[in-house]
Structure formats: C-alpha cells, structure tokens
Design a protein around this ligand. Structure first.
Ligand SMILES: [Zn+2]
Length: 270
C-alpha cells in the first residue's frame, strides 16, 4: 500500500465492465472480505472478471500487493447481493495454494488485508473493526463457501480481526495529518478534504478506459478533454462557412470582447 491514511493502493487497474458507477445513493457501511479460491493478483483478477460478472474494489496478492480495480465510490459486484454490494468495500485475498492444500492464505496477504480493513474503517468513519458489525464475508450475504477460512470461527478469522483492530488502534491515535493547520480541522473535515482531493485526482489524472464499445484505448480524463478540444477544432474547420446559430452567437461575443481589449496582445491571432 502506498499510503494507508489516504487509501492509495500499490497498483491501479480499473475494470472496464462488471461494476456499477456510484453506489445507488447508499453510504459505505462495512467491508466484505473474500478469498479468491485461486492464486492471483490484480492483473489476474482483472482477467478473470472480463468473462465473469464479478469484481471487487481491492485485490491482495500472495505477496501482499494491494491493487484497486473499482473505485471506492463505485459499486463492485462481489457479494451477489445488491444492497450489500452498494454498502460495502470489497476485498479479495489470494490463496497461496489450491483445494489439495485446503485453500491456504499466505501471511503477507492476511497481514495487508487486516491493515487495509483497519484503514478503510478509519477513513470512512466505520468505527473499530468488529466482525458482524462493520466487517463481513461473502457467505454473510449469499449461500456460498466463500470467505472459507476467513469466515467466522474458521482458522484465519480471529487472528485477522485481531490484527485489524490492532492496526486500527495504531492508526486512530494519530491525526490523519500531523501539522498544526490540519490538526485544527476535525477528523471528519480532514476526511472530507482528503476524499475531495482524492476523487479529483482520480477523476482527472488516473488512466481510465474509453467508454467506446470495443475500444481498448485508455488515458487520463485530462487527455480525453484535450482530444475533445481538438475534435471541436476539426469540426470548426470542417464546417467553416456553415456556422450554426450558436457558433454565430459565440463569434459575435468574441468580436465584442476583442473590440474591448484594444491594445492587448492577442495570442490567438495568427
Ligand atoms: Zn467471495
């Protein structure tokens, strides 16, 4: 994890399908932990979910690398339950062996998972991690074996939740940002500020897949905006002499503005 306080993952590879933008008006109320029933990392999950109607917000590899596949503000398809999907941050944990070894999970995966649960609970103000209150597994929402050794009373559950609580206690005794100015803000205000900055950054600077059907193009939204600008210019040239009423109106306004900026240098006049 690059930054626990701001939930910045090691890696970002966003799903281009099999999730729902937004959360249907619902708030994040809990975390749901899954095991993959397979050995995988972010890329492997991305590939699996291309042909499966499934996704999660985060995937943790057997080495503990945390990748984001669906933004927290969107709904991942993990719990096979609409409301539970809309209200949960969903984490997938890689196994370190298959059915013949009874689906073990490696220590770094468990450790990073527990730390991530704590960081999410703190960031979204869900309170100290507590099983059945703000932390659940897949089988709490749907008849499935998933969760398996992570589920209540299974072999990893008590250790995992203990670590999640330990991390939460470590993190919650520190202000989210330590300097004086930020300390003057309440935890809620800091959280709100961070969320806004993070969402703006995500919205503009992180590469997103094109929404054009069949396209594999991916770019930050700022690049998409530049491409639109270029396209408008191309259309302007293509249709010059065939101005629409809106173009005539805008051109007239530009002429008025230019008439009033007499003497100022006009960079656009070539
Ligand atoms: Zn599951």
């Amino acid at each position: 994890m690059k930054d626990w306080a701001t939930l910045e993952p090691d890696k970002i590879r966003l799903m281009n399908k099999h999730f729902t933008p937004g959360r249907g008006g619902r708030k994040i109320r809990h975390v749901t932990i899954h095991h993959m029933a397979g050995i995988g990392d972010t890329d492997q999950c991305w590939n699996w979910w291309q042909t499966r109607q499934a996704s999660a917000h985060y995937a943790i590899s057997r080495t503990g690398e945390i990748g984001q596949l669906v933004w927290d503000r969107d709904t991942a398809w993990g719990n096979a339950n609409l409301v539970a999907n809309q209200e949960s941050v969903i984490i997938e944990h890689s196994n370190s062996g298959g059915a013949n070894l009874d689906w073990p999970i490696a220590d770094p995966t468990l450790e990073e998972g527990a730390h991530l649960v704590a960081a999410i609970c703190l960031f979204y103000g869900l309170g100290r991690p507590q099983w059945g209150v703000n932390v659940f597994t897949h089988s709490d929402f749907y008849a499935t074996s998933c969760g398996y050794h992570l589920a209540k009373n299974r072999k990893y559950n008590a250790w995992y939740m203990g670590r999640a609580q330990w991390w939460y206690d470590q993190m919650s005794t520190q202000p989210i940002i330590g300097d004086e100015f930020m300390s003057a803000l309440s935890d809620d205000q800091q959280r709100e500020m961070y969320t806004s900055i993070k969402e703006l950054r995500n919205a503009f600077l992180t590469p997103v897949p094109s929404r054009v059907e069949g396209s594999s193009f991916e770019a930050p939204r700022v690049d998409f905006i530049d491409l639109i600008d270029r396209k408008v210019e191309e259309l302007h040239i293509e249709y010059s002499g065939k101005s629409t009423p809106a173009q005539l109106h805008m051109d007239a306004n530009v002429a008025i503005i230019e008439a009033h900026t007499d003497g100022e240098e006009d960079d656009h006049a070539v």
